[in-house]
Design a protein around this ligand. Sequence first.
Ligand code: 5GP
Ligand code: MN
Length: 339
Amino acid sequence: MDDISVIKSKLSVPSNILIITHRNPDGDAIGSSLGLKLFLDEFGHNCKVLMPSEFPVVFNYLPALSSITIFDNNQEEARQMLTHADIIFCLDFNGLDRIDPLGLEISESHAYKAMIDHHLDPEPFADWYLSDVHASSTSELVYRFIEALGHAPHMVNTDIGSCLFTGILTDTGSFKYGTNPEVYRIASELKKIGVDDYDINDKIFNSWTLRQMKILGHALRNRMEILPELNTGIIKLSKGDYLKYRISRGDTEGLVNYIMMIKGMRVAAFVREMPHGEIRLSFRSKGEISVQELASQHFNGGGHKNASGGSSKLSLDETIQKLKDVIPQYVRLTDISAG
Ligand code: 5GP
Ligand code: MN
């Protein structure tokens, strides 16, 4: 974390603050952004949240949703917000290509820029950094930021806490991965201030529609391929699948994790051909195998060592073939280095 007194003095006068998070925002992107917004509101700032694209409806229980502007739906308002911002917080992303056209606008903006993020290899576009790859989530880091400013837990109300808990819960898969001692301590603090963890778990994880359940069934039954010699599993969904089953983005959230539930799996890939033709990939791995390297070296992406994503300009089948060609070097290299 850079010197907290620098940002503390920036925040000492009420300002126009814009919080920006990444495209296809997940629970951590939304939770950290709204949590920070609600905290900054307590100091009289005029604080707004900007997301490049829509967020999944499952997060509709969160407070302060009306403070969010979606760039895709309201570009003019988004540009106004950028123009008037004194301070821009960049949350849960560290590369300007993660926010589409907004990236260029941010790089050209004269606002003071602060990044709070937990992905590998942050780009040097911000003025102030809280970047920690060992953090479970950006929401954990927002809590630590509030603490460093000297305002936790007393200025963290249950609304702020529910936002941050949502981010922690989703980015750790309910405390299954990416955890550390700090995140359990912070979860405990949030529970103490009255965050209803059972209710949040229920709202996020027990909210499937029957259609979503059937899409999962189809993907596992008909679209999953296991490569036993590489301890790898791949799920592919074609444009035809998207149209036939009316699949939208939120319907495939977490699908890649099912592969990892098979005993012995060390790498999981979910490759999809979106209805507009773009090929997107999601990766998960265990232990020393770095799917962050796989994504950044071959699929124009990045993320974390054990959870990453990217894209491809090849066809769906060519992408799968390329994946099969390059995966062995990651699995085998790791076998050697693991001794
Ligand atoms: P998911 O599979 O859940 O979409 O993404 C897993 C992780 O990879 C997330 O932490 C996300 O930030 C990262 N990620 C996904 N897609 C991309 C991408 O295109 N570029 C980069 N740099 N990271 C990505
Ligand atoms: Mn995150």
